[in-house]
Write a protein that binds this ligand. Structure first.
Ligand SMILES: Nc1ncnc2c1ncn2[C@@H]1O[C@H](COP(=O)(O)OP(=O)(O)OP(=O)(O)O)[C@@H](O)[C@H]1O
Length: 336
């Protein structure tokens, strides 16, 4: 049930939404399409679903050319952010819907709906109307409905986008567990890097209609292909011309090999971590995060002399352009 996307292009008028995108989505895995708003994630998902047609390129689902197949012939299930349930039908009937239109025998439908409601932990809510469910429960109903017809591929467009942070978190843990049980090839769209890193087996980073990088969460986090991926996966700071994550910087109170000298110009406690802003001798302002214990061991105070370096084997990427107006001039930064 793998999905092969080859050289897909899509324009809306003059606007290039997808520019020669090629991606292999492996069978039985949970794959996230991750990227900023407007990057083309939903367009790609809709092209996989058959709700939108590519101008160029090819989509293969499970070895079959699906480029021109209508959605109902692709055997995909999908769930969108603002999922429209049948308001007047019970949860059970909503889940059964796809099976009923396929005219499956009644006892088979009953059995399957029972299984699905158990799977999404909604057994006791079968007779309720969708309006009598919470947002998270409604999304689980939507997933049960999508799974009812045993799709070979499950496509989810920001399935938890409209929910509050706590429910999102619960649902994402739940989606991971569900996927571990069912193993249907699943592709979900998200702009939330934490969601992708936590839930997905594979992540495809999409920006500006192009694929920036594809890989496991570890690949992306430990070996970001470029500055965009590095920045998109979490906070970064710049030391000389290197982008680095603030927790991958070491602060020493004495000079060490390859340290850069500076002063602690601002110390802020942010929950469980301490954020130290260091102004280097070249005037670059660098952010370092320390655990409380690391901070106490250093005995740092405002205006203390410090020496910075990047911890060995930390992921870094070279910066094309400087992002800190208060730091050294681009020509000086580039000369390091
Ligand atoms: N039917 C359409 N007509 C014109 N432009 C469109 C259409 N659908 C999408 N676009 C444009 O294509 C670009 C990609 O949209 P898409 O919805 O794929 O992005 P996305 O990465 O999913 O973003 P978001 O997370 O905001 O949904 C956007 O700039 C959008 O405005």
């Amino acid at each position: 049930m793998s999905i092969e996307i080859s050289h897909v292009g899509k324009r809306f008028g003059d606007f290039v939404a997808l520019d020669n995108v090629s991606v292999s989505i492996p069978s039985g895995r949970l794959t996230a399409l991750l990227g900023p708003s407007g990057g083309g994630k939903s367009t790609l998902l809709r092209i996989i679903a058959g709700l939108e047609h590519a101008d160029t390129g090819r989509i293969e689902i499970d070895g079959v050319d699906a480029t021109r197949l209508p959605p109902q012939k692709r055997n995909v299930g999908f769930v969108f952010q603002h999922y429209a349930a049948f308001k007047h039908l019970s949860v059970r009937r909503n889940v059964a819907f796809g099976l009923e239109i396929r005219k499956r025998p009644k006892d088979e439908i009953d059995r399957r709906v029972d299984e699905l409601l158990a799977l999404v932990h909604l057994q006791q809510f079968g007779e309720r109307l969708p309006a009598q469910l919470s947002g998270g429960q409604r999304q689980r109903m939507a997933l049960a409905r999508a799974l009812a017809v045993e799709p070979t591929v499950l496509l989810l467009d920001e399935p938890f986008g409209a929910l509050d942070a706590k429910v999102r978190k619960e649902l994402r843990d739940w989606l991971r567990r569900l996927h571990d049980e069912v193993h249907v090839t699943t592709v979900f769209v998200t702009h939330d890097q934490a969601e992708a890193l936590e839930v997905a087996d594979e992540i495809v980073v999409i920006n500006d209609g192009r694929v920036e990088q594809t890989g496991s969460p570890d690949d992306l986090y430990d070996r970001p292909a470029n500055e965009f991926v590095m920045r998109f996966l979490g906070p970064v700071t710049q030391l000389d011309d290197q982008l680095v994550r603030p927790h991958d910087l070491q602060i020493h109170t004495r000079p060490e090999p390859s340290t850069v000298a500076g002063r602690a110009t601002r110390i802020t406690r942010v929950g469980f971590e301490i954020r130290v802003e260091v102004t280097t001798i070249t005037g670059q302002v660098v952010t370092v995060t320390l655990t409380r214990n690391e901070f106490l061991a250093l005995g740092l105070r405002n205006d203390a002399a410090v020496h910075l370096r990047i911890a060995p084997n930390s992921p870094t990427t070279a910066v094309a352009t400087t992002d800190q107006p208060s730091s050294t001039s681009p020509s000086l930064a580039a000369s390091h």
